[in-house]
Design a protein around this ligand. Structure first.
Ligand SMILES: *Cc1c(COP(=O)(O)O)cnc(C)c1O
Length: 520
């Protein structure tokens, strides 16, 4: 007998019964329609007096039909958005093992700091003399980032990791142009294991992408890079620690070879959380590296932002950094906004970057101190290795059972013959109340499962997660395929046709025929 999770019913456990509710609610999980479906144009949450007679001054541009916006009472509007917000899984709700994303706790102190009126209410068009404190925050974050990476320049304005990649590659392009090599250096080397944004960025900036094969140990070997180097190579884009969760041991040799060939070294710094306070990318030969403040420095992410992706730059690229940048004039700080007289390649954003993220990141840095930042990295690496050690007897590791950095990568070799796929396994995690790990990335590993616990989790939390994955793994190996094939059973939505959703997204609500007919 299977219970409604597809598991054999234990003695004493209730028999299989899937309740159907009249409301479609599942206990406290509320169904919620779209706001257009619940709102009515003639309803309003406020009681506004009729505007009376007035003469439109839009010169014939007046709307000639109803705007048709949904109107709701205040409690209806409140419930709508609260219910939607409760459908989101978040780091505030539970462990979020999404590898490569560093879903760490966002300390509430940071939020408190970001809401101080002196930071929250400044306007980017204010005279600089009135926002010296805000500029000092930008300068302080810049100082910490340069110190932690061993570099002497940083572009603060990029608004995400991918935006930072674009910034770094534009600085590289400007440097190549300044050397008169724009016509010849047009190829960027990117390993097979790279995050999709790396080749996409290189292509967007106008380079041609050439793949570097990843070696059998999941790392990039200098002997695989050397033959590809030549006068046509503009840069290499490497991630370190890489997307397999491993430190690149030949990074210094690779950087040296790249520089000898006259090219630049872009490092994807999304995995910086593994090495803060332990290794400085500048010392390893990196010319440009973005830092996802929303990963490593605990500013919130998910749900589309805002993030922040400052880019640290080597001395070779510093002259080409975009405006604005902070300069000290006597006692005053000044944001240099004008490219004239500099070799700045231009600018990345209208204003100065994500001010709220800078405040949060600085709050995180100052409250941890340099020793605390190092400890966070050490704990993140320890947590990932604890998970590896506790699961490696059941789940297979593509590059052998050896220490990883802050994330651990399993493949699907261990699921062979069970009828359960990586996708099924991830969906069954949802029934257990966990956000799935990153799946099928990096692409070089079959059925990849990339788990990043971060330093935020207690041992008890890690132990429960490990015990859950072990329980699922035993189920898969025992042949309890029902637990997986239809999962998630308990989520508000079951399995979606993700391919169709991606290929033919329906982003516009259209009034159902019946409503249109009734209105006629
Ligand atoms: C997150 C990530 C990026 C992109 O960063 P965004 O801030 O999401 O734009 C790039 N590379 C790697 C390895 C990442 O994990």
């Amino acid at each position: 007998m299977l219970n409604n999770q597809g598991r054999p019913t234990q003695p004493g456990e209730a028999q299989a019964y899937t309740p159907r509710t009249f409301t479609s609610n599942r206990a406290l999980q509320m169904e919620e329609a779209l706001i257009f479906e619940i709102g009515r144009p003639d309803t309003s949450g406020v009681d506004i007096e009729d505007a009376g007679e007035f003469k439109p001054r839009l010169g014939g541009m007046e709307r000639n039909g109803e705007i048709g916006l949904p109107g709701l009472s205040e409690p209806e509007a409140m419930r709508h958005y609260v219910r939607l917000s409760q459908k989101n899984y978040s780091i505030d709700a539970g462990l979020y093992p999404l590898g490569s994303c560093t879903m760490k706790h966002n300390p509430r102190l940071n939020e408190k700091m970001a809401r101080l009126p002196g930071f929250a209410d400044v306007h980017p068009m204010q005279p600089q003399s009135t926002v010296q404190g805000a500029i000092a925050v930008i300068e302080s974050v810049a100082h910490w980032l340069m110190e932690l990476t061993g570099t002497r320049a940083v572009a603060m304005s990029p608004k995400a990791g991918a935006h930072g990649e674009a910034c770094g590659m534009m600085a590289i392009k400007a440097a190549i142009k300044a050397k008169g090599e724009a016509a010849t250096r047009r190829v960027v080397l990117v390993p097979d294991s790279a995050h999709g944004t790396n080749p996409a960025t290189a292509a967007l900036i106008g380079f041609t992408v050439k793949a570097i094969p990843v070696g059998p140990s999941g790392q990039v070997r200098v002997e695989d890079v050397r033959p590809l180097l030549g006068p046509d190579i503009a840069a290499i884009m490497l991630t370190n620690p890489n997307t397999c969760g491993l430190f690149e041991p030949q990074i210094v040799e690779i950087a040296k070879a790249v520089h000898e060939a006259g090219a630049y070294f872009y490092c994807d710094g999304a995995n910086f959380n593994a090495i803060v306070g332990k290794a400085r990318p500048g010392d390893l030969g990196v010319d440009a590296m973005h830092i996802n403040l929303h990963k490593t420095f605990s500013t919130p992410h998910g749900g589309g932002g805002p993030g922040a992706g400052p880019v640290v730059l080597s001395d070779r690229l510093a002259p080409f950094a975009p405006v604005p940048f902070v300069r000290r004039d006597g006692d005053a700080l000044r944001l240099v906004e004008d490219e004239e007289g500099t070799q700045a390649f231009g600018r990345m954003t209208a204003f100065h970057g994500q001010m709220g993220m800078f405040v949060r990141a600085l709050s995180y840095m100052l409250s941890h101190g340099s020793d605390g930042l190092r400890q966070a990295s050490e704990d993140a690496v320890l947590s990932a290795n604890y998970i590896r050690a506790c699961l490696s007897d059941l789940m297979s590791l593509p590059f052998g059972n050896r220490p990883c950095m802050h994330e651990v990568l399993f493949d699907d070799e261990w699921l062979k013959g069970t009828g359960v796929t990586t996708l099924d396994f991830a969906k069954a995690m949802i029934d257990e109340g966990y956000h799935p790990m990153t799946m099928y990335f990096p692409l070089v590993v079959h059925g990849a499962m990339l788990i990043e616990p971060t330093e935020s989790e207690s041992k008890a939390s890690l132990d429960l997660f490990i015990a859950t994955l072990r329980d699922l793994a035993f189920s898969a190996k025992r042949g309890d395929t029902a637990r997986f094939s239809g999962a998630p059973y308990l989520a508000p939505r079951r399995r979606l046709d993700e391919t169709r959703a991606a290929r033919n997204p329906v982003l516009r609500w259209t009034k159902p025929e019946a409503v249109l007919k009734a209105a006629e």
